[in-house]
Structure formats: C-alpha cells, structure tokens
Design a protein around this ligand. Structure first.
Ligand code: AMP
Ligand code: MN
Ligand code: MN
Ligand code: MN
Length: 287
C-alpha cells in the first residue's frame, strides 16, 4: 500500500528528472492524495505543481529543501507550508543559488583536471533553467559513459573527499529555520539517518534544530527497515517534534522508489499534518 501522504519530492526545478506537472501526475497515479514539492533551494516549480495538483484533486503543500552547513557537514531542512513570495526567503534562495553557481564552476574545473572536460557544460545542459547540483554532474557522467550509474558517480567522484568534490559553505541551521518560519512554514529536519553522525551527535543536531524553532523531523524517508522507523519515531517524540514522511523521489530511474512508496508512519509521534486544515480527512496517520 503506498502512502497517501508524501511530503518530500523533487522536480526539475532542482535535481529531479520530471517537470512539476509530470511529477504530480505520477504521484496521482501512485495514489498519493497529499504531497509537497520540496526542491533544493528553489520555489520555481511550485506554481506549476500546485496547478497540476488542483486539477487532479491532490492536496498540495508548498515546500522547499534548504541546504545547511552544520559542524562541517551538509544537513537538509525541509520547509512545509511556506509562502514562496516571502522576501527574506527569496533573498536567501538567491544567495544559496549563487553559492551553487560558484561551486559548480569549481567542480567543473576539478573534474576537467581529472580528465573529464566538458563536465560543467554537460551538467548545465541537463539542468536547463535550474541551478546545477551534484546530481546533474552525476547524470552527465553517466550519460557520457564515464560511470555506470549515479551511485558510482557519487561514490567515485562527487562525495566528500573524492576528486570532483568541492565543499560549499551553506547557510547556518538557525538561518534556514528562520527563513522558513518567516515565510509562515514549518521547518522539518530531513532524513536524519543519512548524515555521517553517531547517535549522540545526531541528538545534538536535533537539539540545536529544536532550539532554533524547528517543528518536525522526517521519521519516514522512503522505504526503511522497521527498526529505523522505531528509532526515529522515538527520537522525534523525545525531542518534542512532529513526524513527517516523504519519499525524496527524484527520478523514475530510481526504480526502487516511487512517490508515496514509503514505509508506514509510526504511532510513536504526532504527525506534522496534525492541525492542518482538514488533512485528517485524507489519511489516518497510524493506518
Ligand atoms: P548538492 O545539493 O548539489 O550537493 O547535491 C546533493 C544531492 O545529490 C542530494 O540531494 C541527492 O539528490 C544527490 N545525492 C547525494 N548523494 C547521492 C548518492 N550517493 N547517490 C545518488 N544521489 C546522491
Ligand atoms: Mn537531491
Ligand atoms: Mn536531502
Ligand atoms: Mn530531497
């Protein structure tokens, strides 16, 4: 049974493969009834996605996924229910996009020196109007035959410590939460188990996030083992946060993942959609 709620999805307004409209149509075919579009540091896809969702009767949540630097690691904060026209948020996004642009140029130079000329141009053409992300570099490496798949591109060239990696100084955690709150949204710590942190340090991150005004954390990210859901549900409850869930779907090439194709929501914590207008009508969180 797919989940009727998916609050973490990407379109080609950032590093997703589908247009916002095609993404919404796919989510609809997968029986998703409520969804958020959460592109990296971008609100460009929201208007189209919302239009498509309205025409298909899908409940739509305006979202974003902001990149944050916390103790030298990249952390992601999802904003849900944001006003995409809010001026502080828009200025912040422009700032993040500039950092992405500078990093992309540096990555292109590094990859060229490693024997991959044309990486920046290739990544740019795949990104189209969106700002270049590491995913675009990875897709270009696959399409040019340099690696067999995205995973290999990240593992060999794009991860921290690998030849094509360029560190980026994203905004501080507090600032991301502040932008989201100013824009009227709820800040959600994305995929907490994907960071290179032991449990003690992860709890510290969650503490800092909560102190900054964060309201939720993802207790379900795609398909995950039940013990992870239990751990995340408990952490969420201990820190007084609400739970969110999403697939983090990027592309139909990820054959193991679909919009809504996520593990069941745990009973251990209140859902982030608690209190949203008529959302309870859409899904029993414990179902
Ligand atoms: P960026 O924000 O430009 O640094 O790119 C980060 C994005 O790269 C993430 O949002 C993921 O979509 C993607 N990514 C990171 N690591 C991997 C990986 N090992 N395999 C596939 N995609 C990855
Ligand atoms: Mn991504
Ligand atoms: Mn993320
Ligand atoms: Mn994501």
């Amino acid at each position: 049974m797919p989940s009727a709620i998916d609050l973490h999805l990407h379109s080609n307004a950032s590093d997703g493969a589908l247009t916002p409209g095609d993404l919404v149509a796919l989510a609809h075919r997968q029986q998703v009834r409520s969804m958020a579009l959460t592109d990296h540091d971008s609100v460009e896809g929201l208007a189209d996605a919302r239009r498509a969702a309205e025409s298909l009767g899908i409940r739509f949540v305006l979202g974003i996924e902001l990149s944050v630097s916390w103790e030298r690691i990249d952390v992601h904060v999802v904003g849900l229910g944001i006003d995409p026209g809010e001026s502080t948020l828009l200025r912040g996004i422009a700032q993040q996009q500039e950092k992405r642009e500078t990093r992309a140029i540096a990555m292109g130079e590094r990859l060229a020196r490693k024997g991959f000329p044309g990486a920046l141009e290739g990544a740019r053409s795949l990104a189209g109007e969106a700002t270049v992300t590491r995913t675009h570099f990875a897709r270009w490496m696959v399409s040019a035959g340099h690696v067999s798949d995205l995973q290999a591109a990240f593992k060999r060239y794009l991860r921290r410590g690998k030849p094509g990696y360029v560190a980026c100084d994203w905004i501080p955690l507090e600032e991301a939460v502040e932008w989201i709150r100013r824009a009227g949204g709820q800040a959600v710590l994305a995929h907490p188990l994907r960071y290179p942190l032991n449990q003690r340090k992860l709890r510290r991150l969650i503490d800092r996030f909560t102190e900054a005004g964060g309201e939720g954390m993802e207790v379900v990210s795609g398909r995950q083992p039940p013990d992870q859901t239990t751990l995340l549900g408990q952490l969420c409850d201990w820190h007084g946060l609400k739970g969110s869930c999403g697939s983090d779907f990027h592309s139909p090439d990820q054959t193991w993942l679909t919009p809504g194709g996520i593990s069941p929501f745990p009973r251990l914590c209140p859902p982030i959609w608690q209190g949203w207008p008529d959302i309870d009508a859409w899904m029993d969180p414990a179902a």
